[in-house]
Write a protein that binds this ligand. Structure first.
Ligand code: MN
Length: 204
């Protein structure tokens, strides 16, 4: 099996009250697990792809054989997106950024508040299911980009730094139709130490 479900790095209830435990449990154990099962089933038809990383598959999505391309796009995309999503949140987090990410957001967007406003706008304005990401291009230039479904910034040769899942499964139990309230609360889960570590490994 090429892909395995990463363990959630905290308890299901660790992000309360911002994201409820039941949502986290279903989201990780059912939704993310299903993306992995579907991606693995598709890749079984093309064993030559089994050793590729999820990032490589998405970067080269147009080279993935046509009979499994859409399934890989949706499900390897879902695996990549959720793996990052879990890792950039944490308990006792939120507040103002620190370290390198704080400097980068200030330089790019003018202030953290201006960045938040733009990311919130992209997340709330994403029609239907999708994501809003802070992405970095090959030169390290940062921008905000919305994606439908489980499309991944990797497909555009961009690196997703951190972002928010705005599929209804990410918030509906607690927030129902109030996506804006969920996104506002989600900012309180951002683990700046983890985000800075991610910056250090993928952003030079
Ligand atoms: Mn999701």
């Amino acid at each position: 099996m090429p892909f395995e479900l990463p363990q959630l790095p905290y308890a299901f209830d660790a992000l309360e009250p911002h994201i409820d435990a039941r949502t986290m449990e279903i989201h990780h154990d059912k939704h993310h697990a299903a993306y992995i099962a579907n991606a693995n089933a598709a890749l079984e038809k093309h064993p030559e792809l089994a050793r590729k990383t999820v990032e490589d598959l998405l970067w080269g999505i147009n080279q993935v054989p046509e009979d499994i391309r859409t399934v890989v796009r949706n499900n390897a995309g879902g695996h990549a997106n959720h793996s990052i999503f879990w890792s950039i949140m944490g308990p006792g987090a939120g507040g103002n950024p620190n370290g390198r990410i704080a400097d980068a957001l200030k330089t790019t967007f003018g202030s953290y508040d201006a960045f938040k406003e733009q990311l919130q706008k992209a997340a709330v304005g994403q029609f239907g299911s999708g994501w809003a990401w802070l992405v970095a291009d090959r030169q390290g230039k940062l921008s905000i980009k919305g994606y439908p479904n489980q499309d991944s910034p990797y497909m555009d040769e961009l690196t997703p730094m951190f972002g928010v899942d705005v599929w209804e499964h990410a918030y509906y139990l607690k927030y129902q139709n109030r996506r804006a309230d969920y996104v506002t609360a989600w900012f309180n889960t951002l683990n700046w130490d983890a985000i800075n570590a991610r910056f250090g490994s993928v952003w030079t």
